[in-house]
Design a protein around this ligand. Structure first.
Ligand SMILES: C[S@@+](CC[C@H](N)C(=O)[O-])C[C@H]1O[C@@H](n2cnc3c(N)ncnc32)[C@H](O)[C@@H]1O
Length: 220
């Protein structure tokens, strides 16, 4: 659900060899890109909305939202749709950047921009990125054998210019970059450099955390 350009879908096909994989996303451009990955006849990508899936009940063994749930207008509705299309005994899973606790890769640059008077967009429902909220959602939806874990990742950059060239591409930051003066860009790069750690190889490093959760679908 929310397969975007198919990056996670490709990982699934490579690591889990599914009998069939179906990816949906509201963006036709992203779906087009996902189709061009050439994942073969066992994968299909279609325009669709996680809040109102076109699949029949019990159609899948597993449904997953990767980095999507906080974009949904009504996250519980998205979860109930995943549950509807998964057979009893199947799995509904999710992982999402923990933006509430500043765990998203874009949290740091967003914070600095805020301090400088800019307001990067945030997703409509950031609160569902927090682990206790996710557990509550999966519990309330009636799934069982719920397991959850934080996924901590670390990225390193050769220098601040490499960090800036990547960080300035986050969708919520990209909108702001054209409004920044060269002086403000230099200030932002200085702030970023000052708040990143340096590893033993002299590279700048940044950690991020995603919260992952899964549960088993029960008989209705
Ligand atoms: C950060 S991308 C994640 C892409 C993909 N899951 C991955 O990790 O490779 C978030 C995606 O959520 C999608 N999205 C937003 N609202 C959605 C909705 N109502 N139903 C399904 N997908 C949605 C966006 O179009 C975008 O492609």
């Amino acid at each position: 659900m929310g397969c975007g350009n198919g990056a996670f879908s490709q990982l699934i096909t490579e690591k889990s060899a599914p009998t069939f994989l179906s990816g949906i996303d509201p963006s036709p451009e992203q779906i087009e890109f996902a189709r061009e990955r050439g994942l073969g006849s066992k994968a299909a990508f279609d325009v669709g909305d996680a809040m109102s899936l076109s699949f029949s009940d019990d159609a899948f063994d597993l449904a997953v939202m990767a980095l999507v749930i906080f974009f949904l207008e009504d996250p519980p509705k998205g979860l109930s749709e995943m549950i509807r299309v998964v057979r009893p005994g199947g799995t509904v899973a999710n992982y999402i950047w923990d933006t509430v606790n500043k765990g998203s890769p874009s949290s740091l640059i967003s914070e600095h921009l805020n301090d400088m008077g800019y307001q990067p967009d945030s997703p409509p429902n950031p609160q569902v990125s927090e682990m206790t909220t996710l557990k509550h959602l999966w519990n309330s939806a009636g799934t069982t054998e719920i397991t959850s874990l934080p996924i901590i990742v670390e990225r390193s950059f050769k220098n601040i210019d490499e960090c800036w060239s990547i960080s300035s591409l986050f969708p919520n930051i990209q909108n702001i970059v054209p409004n920044l003066t060269n002086k403000e860009i230099d200030e932002l790069k200085g702030r970023l450099e000052g708040s990143l750690e340096v590893n033993s190889a002299g590279e700048l490093t940044q950690k991020a955390t995603a919260n992952a959760i899964k549960g088993i679908v029960t008989e209705p």
